[in-house]
Design a protein around this ligand. Sequence first.
Ligand SMILES: C[S@@+](CC[C@H](N)C(=O)[O-])C[C@H]1O[C@@H](n2cnc3c(N)ncnc32)[C@H](O)[C@@H]1O
Length: 253
Amino acid sequence: MATAAIMQQKNMPVHYSAADYDRYTTAAVSTYDDGIIRRLLQEYRLMGRGQRCLLDIGTGTARLLLKIAEHPELQAVELVGTDFFDDMVEQARQTIQEASLSERITIEQSDVHDMPQPDESADLIISRSTIHHWADPPRAFREIFRLLKRGGVAIIHEPRRDPAPESLAEFNRLRAEQGIEPARMDEKFTADEVRQFVVEAGLTRNALVLTPMKGPGALGMEVRISKAGWLRRSLVKLVGKIGLSPLKNPWNR
Ligand SMILES: C[S@@+](CC[C@H](N)C(=O)[O-])C[C@H]1O[C@@H](n2cnc3c(N)ncnc32)[C@H](O)[C@@H]1O
């Protein structure tokens, strides 16, 4: 059993309508979108670019996928967004249709705990602000690992219960501008609780939980899950230990 203070027994929807969520993410989270896209580009370049399949799990209204679709360097990447809740799936499909991107982005309805895709079907998986919505995070991590191809990487960015105060203040300022209530931090996890989920998932050799200390990324943590071979895994861990990220920190811009 996980040690986290708050464990959802079932999947949790967002606290407002899909339409409000769409308006808010369109207007207020571009800094965070940019950070994730820079991280994605780092991993994409490391794996040698080319034709790849990317899954955005818990895509919400797919605004982040829209930006990824427009990025010139990511044109060879097949994009699939998934969400569990009907209203999000409906809104995401509408958003994509309005942007004339239905050919480029597919939206599917599925639960992260029980995904329909076969083993090893995604090169890249992203998921943002979703872990605290999941009924069973360790099971979800195992499912994400199952879906990764050999050499594949998942980047899960999640707000943390104890963020850098200035990052939280800035985030809430952006929300307030859109008439959205301050973020509820009590329902989020700490990095140590998420590390415990990684242990429970049996993924200690394949996952790292990183906590940026400044910039917009300091609002949360990154869970990086990889299905890399032994050599690359050891290299990432070693470089992480001596404090020199091989990946220039994209959050500090
Ligand atoms: C805070 S929103 C984040 C949406 C999007 N990733 C973004 O950054 O804008 C969390 C999303 O997770 C979805 N969700 C919750 N439980 C899920 C599950 N078990 N499987 C897939 N998606 C889920 C919700 O419907 C919601 O769209």
